[in-house]
Design a protein around this ligand. Sequence first.
Ligand SMILES: [Zn+2]
Length: 312
Amino acid sequence: MFDVVPFIVPFTRYPYSGSPVACDLCGAADHVTVCTHDRRLKKLETVACAQCGLMRTNPMPTEQEIVDYYKNLYRLDYGMTSTKPSRRHLNRSHRQAANRLALLAPVLSKPARILDFGSGAGVFLHHAKQAGHTVIGVEPGKEFARFAASEFGVDVINDVWEKTALPGKFDVITTVEVIEHLRRPVLALRWLADALKEDGVLYVTVPDMSPNDRETFRRFHFAHLYQFTPQTLIWAAAQAGLEPDPRFQPKRTQIVFRKTRTPPAPLIFPKAQGLEVAKLYPHSSVAGYIFSLRWLGSLVFRIRKTLRDSLG
Ligand SMILES: [Zn+2]
């Protein structure tokens, strides 16, 4: 049986071996340490690529270690108590789906072919289908893919992207809080760019990991393998043949991209970008955090959330 305990005990390493990898954005192997712990107070090293500054987990979990984590622990780690999406989760998804459709309205005046990559419970697919579009999802989670099909009658490919052959090209692709979970996010963006029609758009959101006033270690999570800022997201997209679509106003790390119109010049990164990025995330003491008792608030929040979700 998969052992959950080593994933929970604070101040210990996660039970994975992983391996060092080169940066998926620029290919450089050199890196600078940004943080040594994560939000569960477990040891988890996050590094910034020395060349482009994109942050990633080091060492990188292997494909199999990621599969095991999602199968056994992901839901627990996110405080999800059932294999079905909670009512609360669905309500939130309905609001977000309506907002996403409204934002994309400039390119949805005619019936479109829409792909949602990481389609979860299928709520966005449902809204888009109701609006007259042809929709398909890709979702590796078995229960969520099944729920989307049975609850909303939408087509969902239940597999990881590396094994998915997409049927045709799309007018609109959306991917919300997905690529930060992937071992090869830039390669995945290129795969999505290839699936766009010439005038198609790709709507991407990832958590904005720009520095803020939270303790640095509280920003990191085992499930997030790469960490983007608006700049590194734009660079990652550029490497995948994408540029921000001028018809849409980027909002931090929520950006609508289109295929690059002219062959782009190779990216040139500012000097010593890794060191510069690491400086932006001041060391914050894990011990200091413990003694401050600030963690009590988030613990209470998580317990309340778990109770709420389990009561539906
Ligand atoms: Zn890099």
